[in-house]
Ligand binder design. Sequence first.
Ligand SMILES: [Cu+2]
Length: 263
Amino acid sequence: MKARTRAALAAPALTLAAMFAVAGPAAADTGTAQGDLTPVPLNGVDGSGTAMVWVDGTTLTVQVEATGLLAGSPHAAHIHYGADARNQCPTAADDADGSGTITTSEGVPSYGTVQVSLTTSGDTSPDSALAVDRFDTAEGGKITYERGEIEVSQDLADDILAGDAAVVVHGVDYDGSGAYDGDAKSDLDPSLPAEATDPALCGIVTASQMTDMPTGGVQTGSGGTQGTENLGLLVAGGAALAVGGGLLGAGVVSRRRTHRTDA
Ligand SMILES: [Cu+2]
């Protein structure tokens, strides 16, 4: 009996602990960081863009809009940060080997390493840094990216809110051929041309006034967007059906009353 009582007392205590554990992240910092994306020097990109990051505890929603990118090609995009980095975008002085271009590696002393891969679906960790099939393709040279529910470490969330993270969009066209090609190999993956991975646009995102989340709710990348939207429609449809059913029920009731009054 005594053991049973103890167990019964322990259960609510655990539940309470679980509730606090859930409440923890929600009580963490929230805020937004945003920045303008500008061409990485020497890399021949005539483009621009904006990046916005909503931070809610350790969950990010990221929006990136950019133009002037190589059309019809996928553009890897990441949040970069480095504790030892300058937390700036590269300058022409970062062309360490004097090749006349800034490679991704040459940008690392300024913007740090890949922390988040801004993929359209699936994994968002640095493991997906070169998952070219899961990055946005620049239709007409433009990308419009939005994804929510990106989980990061508390440290990175703090670094972003501190204004130390960079959003970098990769993929350039040095020879103007209209495709990723050329003899120069990527410093990240020699099976890819350097054009596919060299940085095109960069922007440091810094704390900004709290801005409303994207309208239409948090979407989970273009891969997951479809599903989320459908889910939203399903839910909305279900609600409408419930309301409709209620109205129908009311109609039936009033009709009955009318009948009764007539009778
Ligand atoms: Cu990157």
